[in-house]
Design a binder for this molecule. Structure first.
Ligand SMILES: Cc1cc2nc3c(=O)[nH]c(=O)nc-3n(C[C@H](O)[C@H](O)[C@H](O)COP(=O)(O)OP(=O)(O)OC[C@H]3O[C@@H](n4cnc5c(N)ncnc54)[C@H](O)[C@@H]3O)c2cc1C
Length: 436
């Protein structure tokens, strides 16, 4: 590749903060609120124009799994259309169904109440290092190229964009071949007759359509490959259903060219999928597209090497680590097929039997060799299969809670994350109702 050498230049220091959180998805939002509540001067930086990440801009259907407790419960208490014994939605909603528009507003309120500062439309692009210690993050925005200095940075960008720039070690995707889970653009259809509609919510949920066969088999036959599975989720709005059905394989979510290509592929599938629903699926005969995600859904990219690494064996054995930071995490191994549609052969949804939940050790949030940096969300240290479990939003939100508190404690005690006495973190988590 032809290269160009940029000239050195002076840039403004836009802010000097205790805790800088990058990325306002479930992990980053939670980290920023929890760090600010501990009294740390906290700034949350997000590339997009909304907070919530995949939960809102990604137009996500629901908080998945049966994770219990932690900051996740507080998000539900504040944002769910079905809460406090009242159904504020229209469809007899379950508590974990997301109304993205309400969630965006509630998240902004919670950040403000906590005293966290927010900078939207700002991309974190570079690092200022002092040896192996991260001292600040270079950001780009309408305001130009600026530096934000921070005592502790929490990388919640999903891809770990800034952690990667520090030189922190990582691998991408599956061990061995680096294959990464497919990407999707979520969209919503309106005009659905809920009294007759079906809602297949898992790859292995085959629902018979009279005279036509199983809906999954039908999708595989009629939808443009690599689309093919039929995943339809109730919303809280009348006649509106969330579709998780576009699919693009062989994509590296850290490449702008790949993301552009995937956007073209996924968007080209939306009309054929809608036509398929109208022609084949009961209740969807008059459906039409009402909205689509402004943020493409990337499931998997970098897995950083932490002081600890969580594995599938830890999850299967419901392991309680002594240095737990996240507790009662509960989901299955949701590996989407990396060469087509449906579930990957290594995925386990119907047959996943561990229902006790597992813990995530604090060491998974601490990069092995870099100081001044914590990780939370889908970029923490874990194997490909473990990631297929902990990547869901309730677990990412609770990681954010732990990382936010840990960062504030590091600032308070003037120490690096690797030196934090985990008992201090656990004491605060227990005070907030988090127990192993
Ligand atoms: C298609 C799809 C369907 C899914 N379905 C479900 C589901 O039904 N239920 C469930 O619980 N989970 C689901 N997941 C998983 C879940 O949504 C994600 O794993 C989870 O949102 C990860 O949280 P996060 O906070 O780590 O990252 P994200 O939600 O990805 O948030 C990262 C944020 O960082 C911002 N950002 C990225 N890079 C930068 C940068 N350099 N500078 C500034 N900002 C940056 C992004 O704009 C974004 O707001 C799904 C994921 C996908 C992709």
């Amino acid at each position: 590749m032809k290269m160009y050498r940029e000239e050195a230049r002076e840039i403004p220091v836009a802010a000097q903060v205790d805790v800088l959180v990058l990325g306002a998805g479930p992990a980053g939002f939670s980290a920023a609120v929890c760090a600010a509540r501990q009294g740390a001067n906290t700034l949350l930086v997000e590339q997009g124009g909304d907070v919530g990440g995949i939960a809102t801009s990604g137009l996500m259907s629901h908080w998945t799994g049966t994770t219990q407790g932690g900051f996740y419960e507080e998000i539900l208490d504040r944002s769910a259309d079905c809460r406090g014994g009242k159904d504020l939605g229209f469809n007899g909603s379950e508590r974990n169904i997301i109304n993205p528009e309400r969630l965006k507003t509630v998240m902004l309120q919670m950040l403000e109440e906590a005293g966290a500062h927010l900078r939207l439309y700002t991309f974190a692009s570079g690092v200022v290092m002092e040896g192996s210690r991260l001292r600040g993050v270079i950001v780009e925005s309408k305001s130009g190229r600026q530096l934000i200095e921070a005592k502790i940075v929490i990388d919640c960008t999903g891809d770990g964009d800034i952690a990667a720039k520090t030189g922190a070690a990582y691998t991408k995707g599956r061990e061995g071949d680096g294959a990464m889970q497919p990407v999707s653009i979520m969209f919503k259809v309106g005009g659905v007759d809920y009294s007759r509609a079906i809602f297949p919510g898992g790859f292995e949920e085959e629902i018979e359509i009279p005279g036509k066969g199983g809906v999954q088999a039908l999708g595989k036959k009629k939808l443009p490959f690599p689309a093919g599975h039929v995943l339809l989720y109730r919303s809280t709005l009348p006649g509106v259903v969330t579709c998780n059905m576009t699919n693009c394989i062989g994509i590296d979510g850290t490449s702008a060219d790949d993301l552009t290509h995937a956007t073209l592929i996924c968007r080209s599938q939306i009309e054929p999928i809608t036509a398929f629903l109208r022609e084949n699926v009961p209740g969807y005969e008059a459906c039409y597209v009402v909205s689509s995600a402004s943020l493409i859904g990337v499931r998997e990219t970098r897995h950083f090497k932490g002081l600890a690494t969580i594995t599938e064996q830890d999850i299967l054995s419901a392991r309680v680590f002594d240095d737990w930071a996240v507790t009662k995490a509960c989901f299955n191994f949701d590996v989407h097929n990396m060469t087509g549609n449906g579930l990957d052969a290594t995925g386990s949804q119907k047959n996943f039997t561990q229902t006790k939940g597992y813990t995530i050790p604090y060491g998974c949030l601490v990069p092995e060799k870099i100081d001044g940096l914590l990780l939370a969300g889908r970029d923490i240290s874990g194997t490909h299969l473990a990631h297929a479990n902990y990547r869901v939003m309730p677990i990412c939100a609770n990681m954010g809670q732990a990382a936010g508190i840990a960062a504030a404690l590091c600032v308070e005690h003037n120490i690096q994350p690797r030196a934090l006495d985990v008992a201090l973190l656990q004491k605060e988590l227990i005070a907030q109702g988090v127990t192993p």
